[in-house]
Ligand binder design. Structure first.
Ligand SMILES: Cc1cc2nc3c(=O)[nH]c(=O)nc-3n(C[C@H](O)[C@H](O)[C@H](O)COP(=O)(O)OP(=O)(O)OC[C@H]3O[C@@H](n4cnc5c(N)ncnc54)[C@H](O)[C@@H]3O)c2cc1C
Length: 384
């Protein structure tokens, strides 16, 4: 496995320092007030986090996928919501770089690199997120452009993102159904209403919204890449990045829970000794660290395959599946180690426990990941 370059280690180190100095001291207050982290997002823009995937000539040299994953994990170690704020943005960046027309790239990427423009992706509909081909949002040709009608839900960062990569049907009658799907690059305007910010268990501070399209007009050149019917395949490629990102978020949350548990187990005493010396607690710590180390290797493996241009849908799925289930278990075990304090909102472990389930559900549920993995195992004739 290729190690990060010295420059990339510096990038990860800079983000780790930012998290330690600027995020951790304020995260509990922001979380419990459910406050949008304006200042922290501003600092992430200054640090170049929103431009990590934007290549020249629109940005500076992008970092590798393993580096991007480690930056994501560091942010999530401080606050998962911050990692979430740049997740969809990076997927849309990758979509534009890989599939955008030169005009679309010139128009969006320079401002996305600085974070002046933030981007999100809108896939999920009220009727369901797993069966994307059954989506009902339709963009119909009308004169020079499209008229969009439909609804999306759970779209994170939608209110504050100027660019929305909208997955919709440009040909609802197409067979197979995915051939009628396109990605439209849309902006806020008449006919698009952000109707509601959804209340959430965790992932506080950043908004996840319902979007209603009612006679929304998009220009003809809004179709990603300029050719209709390619959106499903484009988005599936984008989701490889998304799943590595979500896996890395899970890694960060799990790592934070483990760090807190390890520290607490050395500080807290019972029966005359630090609790880690009780075998039951020591075993929890050993299992947490072992699972996290395995999860980290899976995330880096998937990222490495992505970086070398190999197919990595199965590997990204495995990383996302294992890292998110690990984060959930580690967060619960961190609560066990903290005893009553683990249930207190004055400690951070309760937040990890509320944040971890999102990585099980988001970017394709873990049931869907298992489906992807099983299909690929059969298609590839087993493991390499
Ligand atoms: C906080 C949050 C933020 C989100 N942000 C975004 C965002 O920015 N953009 C976006 O587009 N979406 C976003 N989502 C939506 C998320 O991607 C979906 O919730 C997820 O894909 C599942 O879709 P669903 O909720 O409609 O569940 P459903 O598709 O209704 O699934 C319900 C259950 O059935 C299972 N299931 C369904 N089909 C199968 C199958 N074939 N095999 C086995 N099991 C199956 C699922 O695994 C799940 O357990 C977000 C969700 C949350 C909670």
């Amino acid at each position: 496995m290729t190690a990060l370059s010295a420059e990339e280690r510096d990038v990860v180190g800079t983000v780790r320092t930012f998290v330690g100095r600027e995020v951790r001291p304020v995260v509990r207050e922001l979380e419990h007030a459910d406050t949008y982290p304006e200042a922290l997002i501003g600092r992430m823009k200054e640090l170049g986090v929103f431009g990590l995937a934007v290549p020249e000539p629109w940005g500076e040299a992008p970092v590798s996928m393993p580096c991007y994953a480690m930056v994501t994990a560091e942010l999530a170690r401080g606050w998962m919501s911050l990692a979430g704020a740049m997740g969809g943005h990076t997927v849309v960046t990758k979509l534009l770089v890989a599939f955008g027309t030169r005009e679309q790239q010139d128009r969006w990427l320079p401002r996305m690199a600085t974070g002046e423009v933030r981007a999100t992706m809108a896939l999920t509909e009220p009727g369901g997120g797993s069966d994307l081909q059954a989506m009902r949002t339709v963009a119909r040709r009308d004169g020079e452009g499209y008229v969009v009608d439909g609804a999306k839900t759970w779209i994170t960062n939608a209110r504050r993102s100027q660019l929305i990569a909208l997955l919709c049907k440009t040909d609802p009658e197409a067979q197979p159904r995915h051939r009628g799907v396109s990605v439209l690059l849309v902006e806020h305007g008449p006919g698009l209403t952000v109707s509601r910010d959804l209340p959430k268990l965790g992932y506080k501070g950043v908004e996840s919204c319902e979007l209603a399209f009612d006679g929304y007009r998009a220009p003809a050149d809004a179709v990603l890449g300029g050719i209709e019917g390619r959106g499903f395949a484009q988005m599936m490629t984008g989701l490889e990045t998304g799943r590595i990102q979500v896996a890395a978020r899970a890694l960060g949350v799990g790592q934070a829970a483990f760090d807190d548990a390890l520290r607490y187990a050395q500080d807290r005493e019972s029966f005359g000794r630090p609790i880690w010396q009780h075998q039951a607690v020591g075993n929890l710590l050993a299992d947490m660290a072992t699972s996290l180390t395995a999860a980290r290797q899976l995330v880096l493996y998937a990222a490495e395959r992505y970086e070398t241009g190999q197919r990595c849908d199965m590997e990204a799925g495995m990383a996302k599946l294992f890292a998110s289930e690990t984060a959930m278990k580690v967060a619960l075990d961190a609560i066990r180690v903290h005893g009553g304090h683990g249930y207190s909102t004055e400690f951070d472990v309760e937040r990890y426990f509320r944040d971890a389930p999102l990585m099980i559900v988001g970017e394709g549920t873990n049931e869907i990941q298992r489906d992807v993995i099983a299909r690929q195992l059969v298609a590839r004739g087993g493991l390499d």
